[in-house]
Design a protein around this ligand. Structure first.
Ligand code: ZN
Length: 103
């Protein structure tokens, strides 16, 4: 099962939970508050965002998408590495290490 990062909306406690994609974690382990926010999104969701952004109505050419990927991915990857660390990015977001062509 994948590992997710959460932050409690109430006390700000960050924690990890391992469960299936559709399932929600019950509550914050620190204060019991049920309103928790999932922090990390899946790589496909991130990539979908980039592609939607680049596509602007599906009119982007393959070259434009590739350029956008080449431009955005290193920035996104750096952000993720800063936040989660090199190891976790390599483990959970391996798509960020690939080029558009090899995807
Ligand atoms: Zn809490």
């Amino acid at each position: 099962m994948p590992l997710y990062d959460y932050r409690c909306d109430d006390c700000g406690q960050q924690f990890e939970a391992r469960h299936s994609f559709d399932e929600r974690v019950e509550c914050c382990p620190s204060c019991g508050q049920p309103a928790v926010t999932r922090l990390i999104t899946t790589a496909p969701a991130i990539m979908g965002g980039i592609m939607t952004d680049a596509g602007s109505g599906g009119k982007a050419t393959k070259e434009q998408l590739r350029d956008k990927w080449a431009e955005e991915t290193p920035k996104l990857r750096k952000k993720m590495v800063d936040k989660y660390g090199e190891d976790r990015v390599n483990t959970y977001l391996p798509t960020l290490n690939t080029s558009y062509e090899s995807k």
